[in-house]
Design a protein around this ligand. Sequence first.
Ligand SMILES: NC(=O)c1ccc[n+]([C@@H]2O[C@H](COP(=O)([O-])OP(=O)(O)OC[C@H]3O[C@@H](n4cnc5c(N)ncnc54)[C@H](OP(=O)(O)O)[C@@H]3O)[C@@H](O)[C@H]2O)c1
Length: 272
Amino acid sequence: MTNSGTTQRVSVIGLGAMGAALAQALLRGGHRVTVWNRTPAKAEALVGDGAVLAATAADAMAASDLVILCVLDDAAVREHLEPAAERLRGRTVVNLTTTTPEQARSLGAWAGGNGIDLIDGGIMAVPAMIGGPRAFVLYSGATAAFERYREVLGLFGRAEWAGADFGAAAMYDLAILGGMYSMFAGFQQGGRMVRTTGGTATHLATLMAPFLQAMAGLFGQYALGIDDPASYVPEQSADFTVGALRTIATAADESGTASELFEVLLKTVPGI
Ligand SMILES: NC(=O)c1ccc[n+]([C@@H]2O[C@H](COP(=O)([O-])OP(=O)(O)OC[C@H]3O[C@@H](n4cnc5c(N)ncnc54)[C@H](OP(=O)(O)O)[C@@H]3O)[C@@H](O)[C@H]2O)c1
């Protein structure tokens, strides 16, 4: 049940690791949950907890005003939504499948043309975090529908609105993941480097993690340089950053662990 005490009918299509966690959160929230999965056996635990298993994806979509999809990719989303367009008219579809912003926009245009309110979402959590304090989910698209279902969606984690552009949630999602993968690439390279002087990646991890957490506090300053470059006065000059990256690249060379990572980073320094 939501804070305001309203029990909603919600359908969840796709019961992989993430879809199952979303359906569990809805059941814990007291909602009437209908589920469907291509492999029905994955619904067993949820049915034991009170979910209703629909015979087909279309039946699941017809059972609720709020339909949540969490399947593998955009192709799987299309495969199930498009044949059900008529049944979905007037309903709200929340697509929590990871897609590109353009795929989300294209799906938004299709939904609009069929009288369906589409909200696209990007989940910033692993399944075990769903419903916990560190999970958040980005949403964009149909604004009024998002406000209507905000409380229900809040059961998954903090519901963060990214804007009316259907592609906005996916863009923030992928931007954050891009930052994460860049960080992991730096750690991989650093781990190889310290091992050449008798160190270990394990020791490096204990040193690098708190340092990078502190450095993340500078994002706000860097953001000004991107959002409003004309009024931005950088704390660290481009020349300083280029010099630091060249020194790091030389150290990687000397250690025999050179990779293209620092050459790529040199190309990203603003003003160079
Ligand atoms: N897991 C995470 O940490 C995480 C985090 C953020 C976002 N996500 C996103 O959440 C989505 C689901 O991820 P997951 O972790 O749940 O993956 P998963 O455990 O591999 O499950 C994939 C799901 O997609 C279904 N599926 C695949 N192709 C299908 C098709 N053609 N028609 C119908 N169903 C199909 C699978 O059905 P079967 O059971 O029949 O194979 C299963 O329910 C992905 O887009 C992923 O990027 C996941």
